[in-house]
Design a protein around this ligand. Sequence first.
Ligand code: HEC
Length: 237
Amino acid sequence: MELIIIVLRRSTALFATTAIVLLIGSGLVRNGSETNGSSAVAQEAQVATAGALTSCTVPRLVRRTAVGPGPPKLTEAEIVAAYDCVSTYMAVAYARSNHETAAAYRSWTRFSRTAYPAEAHGARFLNNYANEVGRDAYGKFEGVGTMPTGSVLAKDSFIVTPAGAILVGPLYVMEKRTAGFSEAARDWFYQTIKPDGAVRADGEIQKFCNDCHRRAGAVDDHLMFLPLRYRKASTSD
Ligand code: HEC
């Protein structure tokens, strides 16, 4: 536990330059027992639960003597190796939730060629998956219209510290409920599954996620997709 705090204290300081990371990071990792304090200790505890330590590393960064600010840039080969290694830890971490998406999503259609770096959910590397009900519609990307009821989109994440350690990040889930579930959210139900297995699906999280996702508008059904260069040319595999 001590090790986790030390590593994360370091990354917290370095990530502090990106305000959105802290903003979103703390918003996403908070759960009922952690909402009462804004002290540094409480914040550290929040960040600590955002990532679960693994023995995976990015060797090039571990060997570096100078550690720069912010999340590091990785080569495609490094991203692939990182995801390969961290996948085992993700499976164990997300399974703690007993959530059916956690158990199933790796057998769904993956839309990212490799994990990709993005800031919107905290500075993380992410993948997008869609279940069988949603995959054909999601694969149309921009202009998708309205995704069918029962579509589930899952986005796993991992964090790479400036010193090359790899942590499991949350699993983000969007599920299309029946028409009328929430007009404001176009019937999307948002959930986060933290690496310690805690699931958040309360009203606060619905608002938090929807406030950003709704910017995509009705034409994209509140979906944001993923950067073009990380999209798979074919999603048949
Ligand atoms: C600040 C804006 C922002 C917030 C807040 C946000 N998202 Fe996203 N979300 C995005 C963007 C941008 C993408 C697509 C690219 C990416 O991964 O960054 C995305 C993609 C997704 C996807 C893949 C489906 C899609 O839209 O293509 C899921 C699932 C998802 N987000 C879940 C969530 C959940 C759950 C929350 C709340 C806990 C959340 N998001 C909060 C911006 C946001």
